[in-house]
Ligand binder design. Structure first.
Ligand code: SF4
Ligand code: SF4
Length: 662
C-alpha cells in the first residue's frame, strides 16, 4: 500500500472515529431534547404542575409555529412564503391552533389556581410570575375574542373547525355584540394582541420567562457525568483554583444553571435537610448564587471577587447538605446543587481553611490514620479474626475481590455485617479474597467533604494495589465505596467491574448457590452474633419478628439505580416486608452521606430521627439496610430515642445470615 493510501486510510479512520465520538457525545443530548425538552418527561413526574406546564408549553409552541406559518402565508417576509391551501389542511390547522390556544388558557388558569389558591409551601411568588400569567392569559383571550368577531361577521361554513372561536362568536351574537363596530374592534384587538405578544417576548430576559431559553440550554449542555460522579480537579498539584470562593469561579455551565432555575421548589420539597428543619434549601442555595452572579457579574452592584462565604452565606451553610441527590433527580431544569456544594466545600478545605471543627477532625483522621474513624491502620483486619479470609498477595488471583471499606474494618457494629457477608459467601462457595492491610480508604468521605487531594491520593494508592493482584470483579458492602469505585475511579484510570454485595447475593440466589430459609415469615433477630449490639447477650434480643422494612440508601438507589436486589433478597428470606411511604427514588436520606456521619448536628433537626419515624409509621420491627452509614444512623436514632425494644436495625447480610443460621 502506498504512503498516500496509508495516510488517506488513516485520515478516514480518524474522521470516522471523530464522527463516532461526536455521535456518542451528541446522541444523549438529542435524546434529552426529545424526552426532557419536547416531551417534558421530568416535569410530568408531578401530575398537576406537570400537566399544567405541558399545556402551556405545547400551547405556546404550537401557537408560535402556527403564527409563523400564517405570517409566511401572508407573504410578509419575501422571499419566504408558505402557500397554505384553503382545503382540508387548513381546517386541520384551524383546529390545532384553537386547541393550542385553549391549552394555554387552561394551563394558565391551573397555574393561577395553584399559585394563588393552593399555595404550596415551596412555591414562591414574585412579581414576574404574575406578569407572565397575566400576559399569557391576555394574549390567548384577546386572540379568541378576535377570532370570535371574525367568525361572527363572516359565518364561514367551516366555523366548527375553530370550536373555541366559534363558541366565542355564539356568545357575542347572543349578547348582542354590535356587528357594525366589529371591524373597529377587530383592528384594535389585532394591535393589542401583537403588542402583548411583543411585550411578552421583550420581557423574557428580565423575568423568570428567561427559563424559556436557559432551561432547555442547561439541559443540553449540562455535564454528562454519572449521577454519582463528582467533577475531578485536574492537575491538582499545580492548579491555582481549588474549589469556588468567588462567583466568577463557577463554570459558565454552572452560571447558566443558576439562571435556568424556575423556583419551582421541587428540590426543596425533596430535601431531607430542609424537611428536618435546617435553615437550608437547595432552591435557596441556587437563588442565592444567581443573585450573587447577577450583582457581581452583570449589574456591578457587588464586587465580582467578593468571597461567597463571607458575603452571601455562613461557613456552616454548605454543611447541611448530605449529598443525597434527591434534588438532582427532581429538578426539571437538571440543576445539580451538589456540584456547587462540593465546590464551596473544596474552597473551604483547600483554600480558606475555614470549616466546622468536626470536618477538620475527620480530615485529620484521614490524613494521619488513612480512615475517617481515626483508627490505627494496623487494626484493619481485626474484623476477620477467625474467619479464615484469604488476603491477596501481589500476583495472586481471585474471582471476587471483597473491598472491605473502613466502616466494616473499624466500626464495631459494621464488623458484624462484614462477618455475616463473608460467612454467606463461604457457604455459597464463592472464590473471594481481600486486600488486607494493602487496602486503604476509598476516599469517598474526603471527596464529598471537599478534600479532593486526599481522595485522589487514596484512589491512586488503591488503583496501584488493584494493579498488583488479579480479580474478575470487586464487591463492596458499602454503597459509598461502591459508587466511588464504580463511578469515580475511572476518572483516576481505574476501570473495574464493581458490584454491591446485594447484586452478588441476588446472583447467587438466582444461580441456586444460596439457599435461603423461606416460609416462616419470622425473623429470629439476635440468633447469630451479627445483630447483637456491644454487650448484649443473645437471650436479651432473641425474639421472633415479622415486619421488616427496607430503607433505600441514597448512594445505592438514587445514584446507582439498585432498588430491586435488596428487596428480592429479603423476600427470598421469607420475611414479611412492608414499604415505608418514602421509598425507591423518593426515599428519604438517613443523614449520614456527604460527611453527615461526621458532623455535629442540632438534636432538633436530625434527619435520622425523621427517617426512623417513617419506619415506625409502618409498624416495622426491623429496619433492613444495605449501607454501613444507614445502619449507624438508624442505630443512633433508635438509641437516642430509647426504643431498642420496639425496633431494631439490621443489615440485609445479617438478616440473611440469621435465616441461614451461618
Ligand atoms: S443533595 Fe439532598 S441534602 Fe443536599 S441539597 Fe440536595 S436534597 Fe438537600
Ligand atoms: S433548582 Fe431545580 S428543582 Fe430547585 S427550584 Fe430551581 S428549577 Fe426547581
Amino acid at each position: 500500500m502506498s504512503a498516500d493510501a496509508v495516510a488517506s486510510r488513516q485520515s478516514s479512520v480518524v474522521s470516522r472515529l471523530t464522527f463516532r465520538e461526536w455521535l456518542v457525545r451528541t446522541m444523549p443530548r438529542v435524546g434529552d431534547f426529545f424526552v426532557h425538552i419536547l416531551g417534558q418527561v421530568r416535569i410530568l413526574k408531578k401530575l398537576y404542575p406537570g400537566v399544567m406546564h405541558f399545556m402551556i408549553f405545547w400551547g405556546v409552541m404550537i401557537q408560535v409555529i402556527g403564527t409563523i406559518i400564517n405570517i409566511l402565508n401572508m407573504a410578509l417576509f419575501l422571499p419566504w412564503v408558505i402557500t397554505a391551501p384553503r382545503n382540508g389542511w387548513y381546517l386541520g390547522y384551524e383546529l390545532v391552533m384553537d386547541i393550542a390556544g385553549a391549552m394555554i388558557l387552561l394551563g394558565v388558569l391551573m397555574a393561577a389556581f395553584r399559585r394563588y389558591v393552593l399555595r404550596p409551601k415551596t412555591l414562591e411568588t414574585h412579581w414576574d410570575d404574575t406578569v407572565a400569567l397575566v400576559l399569557l392569559f391576555l394574549i390567548a383571550f384577546v386572540g379568541f375574542t378576535n377570532e370570535g368577531i371574525r367568525l361572527m361577521v363572516t359565518r364561514p361554513a367551516w366555523a366548527a373547525w375553530s370550536p373555541v372561536g366559534n363558541w366565542t362568536a355564539s356568545i357575542m351574537t347572543a349578547t348582542g355584540f354590535p356587528v357594525q363596530e366589529a371591524a373597529a374592534w377587530h383592528d384594535a384587538l389585532v394591535y393589542t394582541h401583537v403588542i402583548l405578544a411583543l411585550l411578552l417576548v421583550g420581557l423574557v430576559p428580565f423575568t423568570k420567562m428567561r427559563h424559556l431559553v436557559n432551561t432547555p440550554l442547561n439541559i443540553l449542555v449540562r455535564p454528562r457525568r454519572e449521577t454519582g460522579e463528582l467533577a475531578k480537579i485536574e492537575d491538582i498539584e499545580t492548579t491555582e483554583i481549588l474549589g469556588v470562593g468567588k462567583v466568577a469561579e463557577f463554570t459558565s455551565q454552572q452560571l447558566l444553571s443558576f439562571d435556568a432555575c424556575l423556583r419551582c421548589g421541587r428540590c426543596e420539597e425533596a430535601c431531607p435537610a430542609n424537611f428536618s428543619g435546617m435553615k437550608y434549601s437547595p432552591k435557596e442555595l441556587v437563588q442565592m448564587l444567581r443573585k450573587t452572579m447577577v450583582s457581581g457579574l452583570m449589574t456591578g452592584e457587588t464586587k465580582p471577587d467578593a468571597e461567597i462565604m463571607s458575603s452571601v452565606m455562613s461557613d456552616e451553610y454548605p454543611w447541611q447538605c448530605t449529598t443525597c441527590g434527591a434534588c438532582i433527580i427532581k429538578c426539571p431544569a437538571f440543576i445539580n446543587p451538589v456540584d456547587e456544594i462540593v465546590d464551596l466545600r473544596r474552597y473551604q478545605l483547600l483554600t480558606s481553611g475555614k470549616m466546622p471543627k468536626s470536618v477538620g477532625d475527620t480530615m485529620r483522621n484521614m490524613e494521619r490514620q488513612g480512615n475517617p474513624w481515626g483508627m490505627p491502620p494496623e487494626n484493619r483486619m481485626a474484623w476477620a479474626e477467625g474467619l479464615n479470609v484469604r488476603e491477596l498477595a501481589p500476583c495472586q488471583e481471585t474471582d471476587v475481590l471483597f473491598f472491605t471499606g473502613c466502616a466494616a474494618a473499624f466500626d464495631e457494629r459494621n464488623k458484624k455485617v462484614a462477618r455475616a457477608f463473608v460467612k454467606i459467601m463461604q457457604k455459597a462457595g464463592v472464590d473471594f479474597a481481600v486486600l488486607g492491610f494493602d487496602e486503604t480508604c476509598c476516599g469517598e468521605t474526603a471527596r464529598r467533604m471537599g478534600h479532593e487531594y486526599i481522595f485522589q491520593e487514596f484512589a491512586k494508592q488503591n488503583i496501584e494495589t488493584f494493579g498488583k493482584v488479579k480479580f474478575e470483579r470487586i464487591v463492596t458492602a458499602c454503597p459509598h465505596c461502591f459508587n466511588t469505585l464504580k463511578n469515580e475511579y475511572p476518572q483516576m484510570g481505574g476501570n473495574y467491574e464493581v458490584l454491591h454485595y446485594s447484586e452478588l447475593l441476588d446472583e447467587l440466589v438466582k444461580a441456586g448457590k444460596l439457599q435461603l430459609a423461606v416460609g416462616s415469615g419470622q425473623l429470629a433477630v439476635g440468633s447469630g452474633e451479627s445483630a447483637l449490639r456491644e454487650g448484649e447477650e443473645p437471650s436479651t434480643v432473641h425474639r421472633s419478628l415479622s415486619t421488616v422494612t427496607y430503607h433505600d440508601s441514597c448512594y445505592l438507589g438514587r445514584y446507582n439505580d439498585i432498588y430491586a436486589e435488596p428487596r428480592i433478597l429479603l423476600d427470598k428470606a421469607g420475611v414479611n416486608r412492608v414499604e415505608m411511604a418514602r421509598k425507591g427514588e423518593n426515599s428519604f436520606c438517613c443523614g449520614g452521606g456527604g460527611g453527615g456521619m461526621w458532623l455535629e448536628t442540632d438534636a432538633n433537626t436530625r434527619i435520622n430521627h425523621r427517617r426512623l419515624k417513617d419506619a415506625l409509621d409502618v409498624k416495622a420491627e426491623v429496619v433492613a439496610t444495605a449501607c454501613p452509614y444507614c445502619l449507624l444512623m438508624f442505630d443512633d436514632a433508635i438509641r437516642s430515642k430509647g426504643i431498642g425494644e420496639q425496633i431494631k436495625v439490621m443489615d440485609i447480610a445479617e438478616v440473611l445470615a440469621a435465616q441461614m443460621e451461618v
